[in-house]
Design a binder for this molecule. Sequence first.
Ligand code: GN1
Ligand code: MG
Length: 354
Amino acid sequence: MKEAIYHFPVEGSPLSCEQIKSGHINETYLITTDTGARYILQWINRYVFPNVEAIMNNMSAISQFLRKKEHGRMCMISYIDTLDGHSYYDDGKGGCWRIYRFVDNSICLQRAERPEDFYESAVAFGRFQNALNDFPAEKLEETIAHFHDTVDRYRQLREAIAADACGRLSEVQPEVDFLMEREEKGCRLHHMRESGQLPTRVTHNDTKINNVLLDADSRKALCVIDLDTVMPGLSVFDFGDAIRFGASTAAEDEPDLRKVSLDLELFRVFTRGFAEACPALTAEEINALQLGAYTMTLECGLRFLTDYLNGDKYFSIDREKHNLDRARTQFKLVQDMEQKWDEMARIVEEETKK
Ligand code: GN1
Ligand code: MG
């Protein structure tokens, strides 16, 4: 890591390096130099992202596009090239590194401390989506193939079940049954995408509130970060993934399922912020927002469960059965959405008709 930083044009000499524990895939460090300049250095996980070139090309393409637009500079983070002009540094030992300048006076929340914070995260993702409304999505590469393709996620789950590599299948039969009973509804969105009922756009695809920076004083949205999965997708993926993470009453890995439910007030404020910031949404997309929340929650639970069956190879874990706990919270949330379905529909209608 120490070596990696010297390949970038940083101001001053690096003094300290502190790991930021956030995210399940990459490793992130805060570097401070002797001039007080601060940078975020990231190590990219090549198991998850074999094609780093594609990620960085996508980012360069959209940041160039956004820079030309009003406010564009603010709606996503921009990376700094290496001293020899590359968008990332390959250390030749299997590691890839990149940096961006720490945004002064910014905060990154793991949970909304008040509804307004969640509203601002909706504004950040809605604005990003809206600003890229006229970007040709087909120019972007798929950084992870079939990322939000729920049909393919079910296929991967079936593979994991058949292999039962760690002998964990018998322990998770209720969770497997839960998923199988919901396969038709879980895959509906994917079929709507394939049939062209919903437009393919440039989407962020990983819209947790901790992928947004807010101004520390005003708490207004500054920009979105973690752009590794920016690629062609559905607007409702971004809406849905944000809801599954941020509108839950508990953490994604809460072991006590009694604490997990969908907070309808948070669902409401996010819907409002996203719709206000993204007037480009079509009536079909608005109609599918709720299904987006359901699908992203079910799919994420399915992914955690698949990884648990495979031996926790994809998502990093801090404890035994961590991925199983994560899967269970998602399923609890799906169940709660099923119960609150009509209320969710009403909220979407109320918040989008203005
Ligand atoms: C991963 O690394 P992080 O925490 O930003 C994952 C998302 C999941 C999320 C679940 C590339 O995101 O898809 O929704 O964990 N990212 C990738 O917390 O798979
Ligand atoms: Mg991520």
